[in-house]
Design a binder for this molecule. Structure first.
Ligand code: ATP
Length: 234
């Protein structure tokens, strides 16, 4: 579904991604783990068209999307929930969700997806008239995910969905990620919480200072002594 080959991405003179390659197959949950500043967000931002690679290939269903405008990438079926859940604070919950569907014209499908999002996140239904800026952190994360789903993605890019959330809520969010996946959406998940990420992932890539240092099935990485020491607290 998605194939990334040897991409380099720069911020000015700083090389943030150094020859990164990875692939995601339809139906998978793939996770990227790595320390602060490793380049995980840079990778998602490049996939969603916010940054352009200087070198390398990005193919989605065998078509190049490297450097394409973000809106074309959303239209092709890739939605991105960026780090820090940027919702439109001065708009209501339901208006935020409507915006997620702004590139779609199938009004019946949009209505169905509204219902699906509210089923997935009953909390958002209860608060649909509330201004997004007054939601709790966890509710804003749900809204950011719900908004991305309103674009009806085939591939959902999630950047640190557990950041700053209480443990119980982290569990809820991860359960919902699994449910979204079961419903047929492929997921590429960036997480600092490697433990939780590996518990739901099919496969994982470990990124350090802009390079993939290892990859494999979630089971394989969970069993690796090196990974346990570095990312799973020993
Ligand atoms: P975190 O979990 O802390 O967000 P990350 O793995 O997502 O970490 P990135 O945010 O992708 O890491 O950052 C990768 C590198 O690129 C870091 O060295 C960072 O300082 C640098 N970087 C990120 N954004 C910019 C920017 N806008 N301008 C310059 N350098 C940047």
């Amino acid at each position: 579904m998605l194939s990334v080959e040897e991409i380099n991405v720069y911020y000015g003179n700083i090389k943030a991604l150094k020859g990164v390659s990875l692939n995601v197959n339809e139906g998978e949950i793939v996770t990227l783990i790595g320390a602060n500043g490793a380049g995980k967000s840079t990778l998602l931002n490049t996939l969603s068209g916010l940054l352009k690679p200087k070198k390398g290939k990005i193919e989605y269903f065998n078509k190049s999307i490297a450097g394409k405008p973000a809106q074309d990438i959303v239209k092709a079926g890739i939605s991105h929930v960026p780090e820090g859940r940027r919702v439109f604070a001065n708009m209501r919950v339901e208006e935020n969700l409507e915006l997620g569907a702004y590139l779609r014209k199938d009004s019946k499908g949009i209505r169905e997806d509204f219902d699906k999002v509210f089923e997935l996140f009953p909390r958002l239904y209860e608060r649909k008239k509330q201004l997004a800026g007054t939601l709790s952190g966890g509710e804003q994360q749900m809204l950011a995910m719900g908004r991305a789903l309103m674009a009806k993605p085939k591939l959902l890019l999630l950047d640190e969905p557990s950041m700053g959330l209480a443990p119980l809520l982290v569990k809820t969010i991860f359960n919902i990620i699994e449910e979204i996946n079961r419903d047929g959406t492929t997921i590429l998940l960036v997480e600092q919480n490697a433990h939780m990420a590996l518990s739901i992932a099919t496969r994982a890539y470990v990124i350090e200072t802009g390079s993939v240092i290892t990859s494999g099935t979630a089971e394989k990485l969970q069993a690796s002594e090196e990974i346990r020491q570095a990312y799973l607290g020993g």
